[in-house]
Design a binder for this molecule. Structure first.
Ligand SMILES: [Fe+2]
Ligand SMILES: [Fe+2]
Length: 227
């Protein structure tokens, strides 16, 4: 979980990542992802209740199962702080859309703009079929370019996959493969994009991409660490 404050400390948004929900009663690496996600959410609701939005940057479900999305939908509907979703490589876009049918853009990608009190969050879809690596095609690039061209405010980008090499081989093999397309847009709009948030690596990372700072927190269930 990563609370992020705007430059004047008048906006708080929270990123959660890699919750990996799974069949109730099943564990991942000896830990219960459903319970851990609920614990994180309880903590936020109790201690970070002034956050205006929570954004989960993918790997919502461990196996992309519809039942996980149904449980997630139920939780989101009850939560006071609005929760918005990106999908990750462990998700299944078709199953996700069967539960959240209104969340696709005109091309069928899970991308949208979330209005904030100090700018907007733009959520990107980096999912590709039958691969754990990330993808960002011309359709997604054009949508982002078009969207950025029409807004004149601070933008916070959210996506699942890591956008730079970590020098950890298994992680870098499944990073976002089409970074050049994303970089072109980031170069063009670097004065507008204030921050990039991603997940996927299950460890804390930060750095810059096209001069824009980025950050990735640990997942809520199983953490990773550099070997
Ligand atoms: Fe993950
Ligand atoms: Fe992932």
């Amino acid at each position: 979980m990563a609370p992020f404050f705007s430059k004047d400390y008048k906006m708080k948004i929270i990123q959660i990542t890699d919750i990996h929900l799974t069949t109730e009663g099943k564990s991942i690496l000896g830990r219960d992802p459903n319970l851990n996600f609920q614990n994180v959410l309880n903590h936020i609701n109790e201690n970070q209740y002034d956050a205006e939005v929570i954004i989960i940057t993918g790997d919502l479900s461990d196996w992309g199962e519809t039942s996980d999305y149904l449980r997630l939908k139920n939780i989101i509907e009850k939560n006071k702080i609005p929760i918005h979703l990106c999908i990750g490589n462990h998700d299944d876009r078709a199953n996700f859309l069967s539960v959240f049918p209104t969340l696709s853009d005109k091309n069928g990608f899970i991308q949208k703009v979330v209005k904030l009190s100090k700018g907007s969050a733009i959520l990107l879809d980096t999912w590709g079929p039958e691969t754990h690596a990330g993808h960002f095609c011309m359709n997604r690039k054009d949508w982002l370019r078009e969207t950025l061209s029409t807004v004149d405010e601070d933008i916070f980008l959210f996506l699942h996959h890591n956008i730079v090499d970590t020098k950890i081989k298994p992680v870098d093999q499944i990073k976002l493969l089409d970074t050049s397309l994303l970089r072109e847009v980031c170069n063009e709009f670097k004065d507008k994009i204030r921050f990039i948030f991603h997940g996927h690596c299950h460890l804390i990372l930060n750095g810059s991409f096209s001069g824009i700072p980025f950050y990735s927190p640990r997942g809520t269930n199983h953490a990773a660490w550099p070997a």
